[in-house]
Design a binder for this molecule. Structure first.
Ligand code: C2E
Ligand code: CA
Ligand code: CA
Ligand code: CA
Length: 275
């Protein structure tokens, strides 16, 4: 539509027009944000119910946009994927997160979300290892979370990537399990180390028979396959109490706090003697 210039006004509804403008402003903003280093890692606690202890953090991307304020990843990750900057964005965030995580107690792990787009790069595993080596961070403390929406495209490549990562001691989780992106066939064909139950099944838990059945079934599946389970989206004590009847999972969610930037995470860890 661009080459038609102002003629656009004749064939787009005003709402569509402003949506397109917002979208193109986001694209420009994301590129500029990369240039100006506006993307920052936040961290969400992960607790092991078997011990009650903090075991690590999931890194969640945030964009400190000068015009939009703090922006959540659901808005900018899909666009970063489309405009071809997701790898750059993700690698920059991982480098920052490794600097933060290096100061944490050695038993604490760092999990990061990886876009399916990044798994199309045959050099992905080498890139990650190089970043870990440069940051002097042990691969055994590093975990990757993938939601495989592009798996069917090249399952052979993804399998070999996951295998190389695992051979270096990096663990790989299947994220958002139960939502259309992650299916049973992927569990069978790829060597995952862990299943993460999506929060959509969890937030509705107390008193919801369907959700309880689904969570219990995934727990049984994990047990049968020998895969440990993380449950995300634990917002309150009622959910936690129900979960505790189903098994000893790793859990995360607002019950334990909202995702926090590196300095606040470090301050909290300092108080817990985990720095
Ligand atoms: P996710 O991996 O499923 O991450 C969990 C999301 O749930 C996070 O949203 C987190 O802030 C939110 N959350 C955590 N606890 C609770 C809770 O108790 N209740 C509710 N309602 N929500 C909770 P966030 O940070 O907005 O991230 C959204 C998604 O963006 C993530 O979903 C992940 O798929 C993606 N993402 C985040 N960072 C990155 C990244 O660096 N790279 C890529 N490719 N994707 C990322
Ligand atoms: Ca995740
Ligand atoms: Ca997700
Ligand atoms: Ca999820």
């Amino acid at each position: 539509a661009k080459k038609h210039g102002r003629n656009r006004h004749f064939w787009f509804e005003p709402a569509m027009e402003s949506e397109l403008r917002f979208r193109s402003e986001l694209e420009t903003g994301i590129r500029r944000g990369l240039h100006h280093d506006e993307f920052v890692p936040y961290y969400e606690k992960q607790i092991d119910l078997a011990t009650g202890e903090l075991v690590g953090f999931e890194m969640l991307a945030r964009w400190h946009s000068p015009t939009l304020g703090t922006v959540n990843p659901d808005l900018f990750i899909p666009i970063a994927e489309e405009i071809g900057v997701i790898a750059q964005l993700s690698e920059g965030l991982i480098r920052k997160a490794l600097i933060d995580a290096r100061a944490w107690a050695p038993r604490l792990t760092l999990s990061v979300n990886i876009s399916p787009v990044q798994l199309r790069d045959p050099w992905f595993a080498q890139k990650i290892l190089k970043i870990l080596v440069e940051a002097n961070f042990p691969p055994s403390r590093f975990e990757i979370e993938v939601t495989e929406s592009c798996l069917h495209e090249n399952i052979g490549l993804v399998r070999s990537l996951i295998t190389s990562l695992k051979n270096q001691g990096i663990r790989v989780s299947l994220d958002d399990f139960g939502t259309g992106y992650s299916s049973l066939s992927q569990l069978r064909s790829l060597p995952f180390d862990r299943i993460k139950i999506d929060r959509s099944f969890v937030t509705s838990l107390p008193g919801n028979k369907e959700s309880a059945t689904i969570v219990q079934s995934i727990a049984a599946l994990g047990e049968g396959l020998g895969l440990p389970i993380t449950v995300e989206g634990v917002e309150n004590e009622a959910v936690l109490r129900e979960l505790e009847q189903f098994g000893k999972f790793k859990v995360q969610g607002y019950l334990y706090g909202h995702p926090e930037p590196g300095d606040r995470t470090a301050a909290e860890l300092g108080q817990l003697n985990l720095l």
